[in-house]
Design a protein around this ligand. Structure first.
Ligand SMILES: [Zn+2]
Length: 128
């Protein structure tokens, strides 16, 4: 059975703009709209992928969406630096309507589109 793919949006604490590597000119926010987001895509559900991003790095991680059966070491999953250090909350109201997506290529295209949509609102948005 083919996997579904998902896009997801994590709101970041707005002090992420002070972190080295956050390019306000490119990512925003602009004006006084001080909200910042991380946009990603995954075959895991947004809830599972978020749990992976913020998982305890010293422990094994158990997938909560049923995609991966064996425990996974979070070091192998990876957690994006902005998310690991500045995560605030998943924001389903910003992505649920786009899921699920039938292929990774479509998920990657939607990830980019969603990032640009958030920036167009004047918010800060980052995706890889
Ligand atoms: Zn999972």
């Amino acid at each position: 059975m083919a996997n579904n793919y998902h896009v997801y949006v994590i709101e970041l604490n707005k002090n992420v703009v002070d972190r080295p590597g956050w390019n306000t000119d490119e990512y925003g926010p602009s004006g006084n709209k001080l909200r910042c987001f991380y946009v990603g895509q995954s075959a895991h559900t947004p809830e599972c992928r978020y749990a992976q991003h913020i998982a305890d790095r010293s422990a094994t991680f158990h997938c909560i969406c049923g995609l991966t059966e064996s425990p996974v070491n979070p070091y192998q999953i990876g957690g994006q630096t902005f998310v690991v250090n500045h995560h605030f909350a998943l924001r389903p109201e910003l992505y649920t309507r786009y899921n699920p997506l039938p292929s990774q290529a479509e998920a990657i295209a939607m990830e980019e589109r969603l990032t640009l949509e958030l920036r167009a609102k004047g918010w800060g948005a980052y995706s890889k």
